[in-house]
Design a protein around this ligand. Sequence first.
Ligand code: HEM
Length: 151
Amino acid sequence: MLAPFFMWMEGLAVYQSSIYLGPGVNLAHLVAMVTFMGALLLVDLRCLGFGLTEQSVTQLARSAHRWLIGGLAGLVVTGIPAVMAVATQEYENNTFWWKMYILATAILWTFTVRRKVVQSHDPGLGGKAVAIVSILLWMAVAAGGRLIMYL
Ligand code: HEM
């Protein structure tokens, strides 16, 4: 059903103006990922009792929030042209679709369940479980991104 849309995106040949555009966007995607994962892990690991334990989970989550949102925005902005460049290939790639489904689940988890936990003053045992699910979901998205070219 979406095939014509993906063919149209590829037809735009978004990287044709420079040979540096593709590698540049890929690099920016990775920088955004490091920013995002850094902000996420600081807080998730803190929920598990590791890292910056001198700050409360709530304080740390508040400080990391802009990096979390900025990193995610950067991932979406750089991910879209990366898809457009090889859209028909991505359309037929199951790993790409798995990455997108897990990404949707991870975003939902982060901005609903996890958000509640990091805003509560004592995340407790439930908070630890939420942080573990969060880490696993986002690691799965990152692994999906890396595996697209192999599977
Ligand atoms: C709307 C959001 C996103 C889109 C559209 C997107 C799209 C893409 C595309 C098309 C690729 C290149 C795959 C290929 O070689 O064909 C890629 C690579 C990758 N993505 Fe994403 N991505 C998004 C979000 C994310 C997120 C949230 C993460 C991590 C948490 C992530 C991690 C990666 C990684 C690790 C790679 C491999 C980079 C490399 O090895 O050079 N992506 N992504």
